[in-house]
Design a protein around this ligand. Sequence first.
Ligand SMILES: [Zn+2]
Length: 321
Amino acid sequence: MHYIVLDLEWNQPLSYNSSAYRAVGGRLLFELIQIGAVKLNEKLEIVDTFNQLIQPTHYVKLHPRIKRITGISQEDLCDAPQFAEAAGRFHGWCGEDAALLTWGCDDISVLQQNLDFFECGHLPFPQFYDMQRLYGELVGDTKNRAGLKAAMEHFEIEPDESLPFHNALNDAYYTALVFQKFPAPEKVLSCQQTARKLVHEDRQRRHEKCDTIRVARISEAMRGKHTMTPPCPACGKRNELSADYLTLSDGAQQALCVCPDHGLFTVRIKFQKDDKGRRVMVRSCALSEEQSPAYISTKLIQWQNKLSAQRTAQKAQKEAE
Ligand SMILES: [Zn+2]
């Protein structure tokens, strides 16, 4: 039997308002653009690798974020085979006696959705297993799902500078190195996994985050870290404001931030009293649906214009009083 460590890269719609997304989004949330895999024998020696770029046919234009993190360009994909052919090649390469291993359950879920969408039901892939779960059991933390990099650090595996992360083959290779380090790697066969259905709501939940924070004074809260360095709704990383708070007509305040990994998001805060009469700040961070660089820069410029108009108006009002 072979162990096959698999990693995938996928493209996402440029906008959730795009016609491409509206046409197929319910059935195809992400479209695969690269399959990378490493084959190991039972002695855990690497015996072969597989690397296949895929030409997308629905979300044809690469999302700028995907382009940046994967280093894959539009030109790289134009001569690549489409999904059905690529999946067929990969299926043939896997062979029949194999166990497929991934880090976490995202890859298998995206793969399954692509197989269903492109009607590749004739390709019965071997059983999938989750190495991330095995790693969690090993380090005694099954709640927080550790990243591949954390596992590499744990096993003192140095990344190779010539093999950047977020390339499907490189990530599969690093995952295979981690697999080789497990004290009882065959235990992965008890970590069976099945594809999760990817739905639009998942995106909503991931990309919009609302918190209620107790505050003493509004003026202090407006200068505090909860307002000045809000977390990205997708990854939780704190970011400085890219455009300051603007007062909206309903009394809420809204600012703009840009997460280096996930792009533009809005921060909306409103002060109110909770059921015990204490003052709270309700803060909601939401990732923008539109993420093209042109859109973001225009949005930031417009915001600055609105801000200076609002400040001028406030100053004029104060002078009149
Ligand atoms: Zn982020």
